[in-house]
Design a protein around this ligand. Sequence first.
Ligand SMILES: C[S@@+](CC[C@H](N)C(=O)[O-])C[C@H]1O[C@@H](n2cnc3c(N)ncnc32)[C@H](O)[C@@H]1O
Ligand code: SF4
Ligand code: SF4
Length: 444
Amino acid sequence: MDCDILRTLYLKCNGEVLCNDDVGERVSLGAVDAQDPSWSIAQIFDNDKYAHIRASLVSGRVPWDGICQRCAFLRPGIPLRDQLAQRVITKLQVEPSLACNLRCRCCTNREQRKARSKPHQMPLATYERTLQSLQDEGYSLENIEYCGQGEPLTHPKFHEFVALGRRWFPEARQRLITNGNFDYRATTRGVPLDEIYVSCDGVRQRSYEQYRQNGKVDQALQFMSDAAATVDSRQQSVVWKYILFEFNDSADELREAQLTAARLGIDTLLFTVTSSEHRSQTYTLDTLGELEIVSPNVHVDQCATYHEGAAYGHRQAARFVPEGKGSWLPIRRRPPSRAYLDEVVSLPGNTLTLRGWAAATKRLTHVQIFCDDQLVGSAKLSAIRDDVFEVHRHFMNQRAGFYLSAQLKRPLNPSAQISVLLLCDQRRRGRLVTTYQFAPAPEA
Ligand SMILES: C[S@@+](CC[C@H](N)C(=O)[O-])C[C@H]1O[C@@H](n2cnc3c(N)ncnc32)[C@H](O)[C@@H]1O
Ligand code: SF4
Ligand code: SF4
């Protein structure tokens, strides 16, 4: 049994460290004390709570009975991966502020503001002390995410959080999750982020405000457009996160959202499902693949890190065939194009989801994915993949990452061949052909 808690750290605005940002908010694991010069993060990671979490997971029991069973971090069928023991943190989640300008229907924000001890705006000293201690104790940090149960951009010094993150962990990718009901430049002060997720559940005011009460959809769209306009110089990726509720899931609104995302130059429009009240009845995790996709920068969030009934593709064989002539030749010792599939998952409902990257010395824009001979769909290369660019510096597109989730017309062959066709101005630049065996859980 595995749980993300052994690779993540969730820091609340008042310095508390909690189990996670959902049902695990009930479990306190310790607190950061920026006033005490002898305080260290080791006091939290080596405490009884963490010892209990480890001992429980090792013996196949949930650490907090009645809570963990409802927690999205739990991976019941997957072998334990204790990355904290290796001093690796994949995500530090920080809640800069518990204040919020909206009143979304199912959010716990109002209850938390009543119940949680202050401060509700995180002092910069709390954040810096945490970063400093992680550094002193030799932790590596892969991602920092500004998100909690409030709105990060209500913190007047939000930009200083980002600067502190860069100072202490320059390699970490920084992600902001916001409702976008702000002026982009005034609130971020132009500070460079790696990813901005804007929660915007609808494209029409009438449906959007049913959930996002007090919110203005035009302002959220403007925020995304302004953030996207500065993308190229900063290489920040803008993701429009659209939760499917019963009041925003009509076919014509979903289509309009996709066309709007393309018009505004937003890198990715992500349709996702929720288990909360008012969730869409039309689209569930099992039927999301049926949502009609009309634009390649759109994907649906079925590639959950853990999904009951999922079968994971285990790579058996792969070959990459570059195509193209002329300007490719001078650099032929280095590959002119390359692609890779990081994850291929088959979900109930005959849906295939994929995550991967493709890059070339020509500016690639799209890939087409085939499963055996069947065209699964097209995906735009929208996600920034610094890891790819680090290794293949001669490739043009730092935006090499793609996602795709689509329903297959025929049942998946358990030893399927997945191929990725790399396209540049409609011309082929290469093809990756990989054979998979599908089995219930990923290899340990
Ligand atoms: C509580 S919000 C805080 C950040 C910011 N205020 C916002 O709304 O994006 C954190 C995340 O919760 C998500 N969220 C809000 N209501 C939800 C619901 N009913 N079901 C699932 N996720 C929800 C938002 O889309 C966002 O990604
Ligand atoms: S599954 Fe349990 S231990 Fe893991 S984060 Fe959730 S509440 Fe905490
Ligand atoms: S904007 Fe975010 S934090 Fe605020 S009420 Fe909505 S979901 Fe909650």
